[in-house]
Design a protein around this ligand. Structure first.
Ligand code: NAD
Length: 512
């Protein structure tokens, strides 16, 4: 049994946590449904949470609406200064928060710490951004007129997040939300609410120290029912939702029905193309980390390897050997490469996918299966598996959120690009090659159709500086770096006439 009691105490994770928070105020009545949070690492209960009621949800939205009125008037660089302090607070809490991410979600400690580092990085990015919320100026077609555009705060941003990046996804949104002058309501995954409670405490201490209005950072604990309320709520002009394509279709439809804005970050089915000209040792590291990192539970996890026929057998042999060396177990023990899946349901989905793959004709070169024994008695540990398949198998077209890697053989680059693109999802993609023509063809408009396309890097492990997201069933949203901030603001075009006449655009004559 893992003992992280010090960490829980440090991060204010009590035995039973509340159902919501608007900042200093935490709430949840005695009638709320209580949910136990069990660690997939050792099957032990970490703490319980309360599921928020509809009335509590309304109270949170009202508080956020009040906070927005004052927060939007704080100058953006001043808001950035507060985000800078939140980044500092995250630095101070990195070890503890990283540990809790690892224990609650099951990813390796290194990846848990990496996730907190991403939060720090996006906070730093947002601080700079707070002085760079630029609009353009335009030359008017009319004399003595000036045109420009400006970006104003949008309002209450709803953030719905998935279990696999329990804290980073919130920060990608929240840090930008705050510098943009918005307020947010975060509904974390019902599978990982404790890390969210920890984050809310960390951010709130900073807001409190700066006398910021209650409601700028709100947290609501609940399952899809609360998510559905948020998606349908016209008081929330933007819903940023991260999770499965199934969830995204529901949220997109509900937000679309009220003509709200949605930023959807959904499932991936990411491939690495390994060409004849690839450095196979580099390709091996990219492929194995991509497939088994976070136990295959990253939206950018490598699910398919599309390998040239001339290097196929050699690469397969390397891969099988590398898989033989993967150590699976307690993710807080740094000797292990791979921890558990999030829960037993995820194990069933993984085992079913293996069955379906075999039924469709897949040949396993590394056999999967559930791990048994004392070290694995949470029931959530599995073996990473590798199968030779055809790209058009139904199971290959589907995102199985587990360490299940498919090998596909190709002859020509055109065929490889067609395989790469021929899935419903369009998140991350990569080519391993030392051939400039191959690399540039892959990156061209006729190449990868994904939101992320890498050369000589695997599919997972994006940096915060770029806009993150994907096409097709991945949802089309972009968050984090580049100009992703624009979705959190409303753009206003202003035309100012400083002449003594009122000429109309397009030369239209209208005399009285
Ligand atoms: P999930 O869809 O089951 O849940 C995600 C969140 O959506 C949870 O908070 C859940 O309560 C909520 N939700 C579910 N149904 C809803 C509905 N109908 N209306 C409103 N809210 C609803 O996903 P998960 O199992 O937590 O996460 C894994 C999935 O997330 C994978 O498909 C993965 O690829 C994807 N993901 C994508 C990205 C990305 O940036 N593209 C990042 C992380 C995870």
């Amino acid at each position: 049994r893992v003992d992280i009691s010090n960490t829980l105490k440090h991060l204010h994770i009590d035995n039973i946590n509340q159902a919501y928070s608007t900042g200093n105020t935490w709430g949840g009545g005695k009638d709320n449904v209580v949910k136990e949070i069990i660690s997939p690492v050792d099957g032990q209960k970490i703490a319980s949470v309360k599921i928020a009621t509809v009335d509590e949800y309304d109270l949170v939205v009202e508080q956020a609406a009040t906070a927005f009125k004052s927060w939007r008037t704080v100058p953006a660089p001043k808001r950035g200064e507060i985000v800078r302090q939140i980044g500092e607070a995250l630095r101070e809490n990195k070890e503890h928060l990283g540990k809790l991410v690892s224990y609650e979600m099951g990813k390796s400690l290194q990846e848990g710490l990496g996730e907190v580092q991403e939060m720090i990085d996006i906070a730093d990015f947002a601080v700079g951004l707070s002085r760079q919320l630029y609009g353009l100026t335009m030359h008017s077609e009319r004399p003595d007129h000036r045109m420009y555009e400006q970006y104003h705060p949008l309002g209450i941003i709803g953030i719905i997040s998935a279990f696999n990046f329990p804290v980073a996804v919130w920060s990608w949104n929240a840090m930008l939300v705050w510098v943009c002058g918005d307020v947010c309501i975060w509904k974390p995954s019902e599978k990982t609410p404790l890390t969210a409670i920890a984050c809310q405490h960390i951010a709130q201490q900073v807001f409190k120290k700066n006398d910021v209005a209650e409601g700028v950072s709100c947290l609501i604990i609940g399952d899809r029912n609360i998510g559905e309320l948020m998606a349908a709520d016209k008081r929330l002009p933007l819903i940023s939702a991260t999770g499965s394509t199934r969830m995204g279709k529901a949220v997109g439809a509900a937000v679309g029905a009220r003509l709200g804005r949605s930023l959807l970050e959904l499932g991936g089915n990411n491939a690495i193309m390994i060409t004849e000209d690839a450095d196979l040792d580099m390709a091996l590291i990219g492929a194995v980390f991509g497939a088994v990192g976070t136990a295959g539970q990253r939206c950018t996890s490598t699910r398919r390897l599309i390998i040239h026929e001339n290097v196929y057998e050699a690469f397969k042999a390397k891969l099988v050997k590398a898989y033989g060396q993967i150590k699976i177990g307690n993710p807080l023990d740094e000797n292990n490469h791979m921890g558990p899946l999030i829960d037993k349901d995820a194990v069933s989905l993984y085992l079913n996918a293996i069955k379906q793959c075999k039924a469709e004709g897949g040949r396993f070169v590394v056999e999967g299966g559930k791990l048994e024994g004392e070290a694995y008695d949470s029931g959530c540990y599995v073996k990473p598996a590798v199968a030779e398949v055809e790209n058009n198998f139904k199971i290959v077209q589907h995102e199985t959120f587990a360490p299940l890697l498919y090998l596909i053989k190709y002859k020509t680059l055109d065929e490889a690009i067609a395989f790469q693109n021929d899935v419903p999802q369009g998140l991350s993609s990569a080519i391993m090659t030392n051939n400039l023509r191959e690399a540039e063809t892959f990156l061209s408009g006729a190449g990868s159709d994904c939101g992320i396309a890498n050369v000589n890097i695997g599919t997972s492990g994006a940096e915060i500086g770029g806009a993150f997201g994907g096409e097709k069933e991945t949802g089309g949203g972009r968050e984090s770096g580049s100009d992703a901030w624009k979705v959190y603001m409303r753009r206003q075009t202003n035309t100012i006439n400083y002449s003594t006449k009122l000429p109309l655009a397009q030369g239209i004559k209208f005399d009285l």
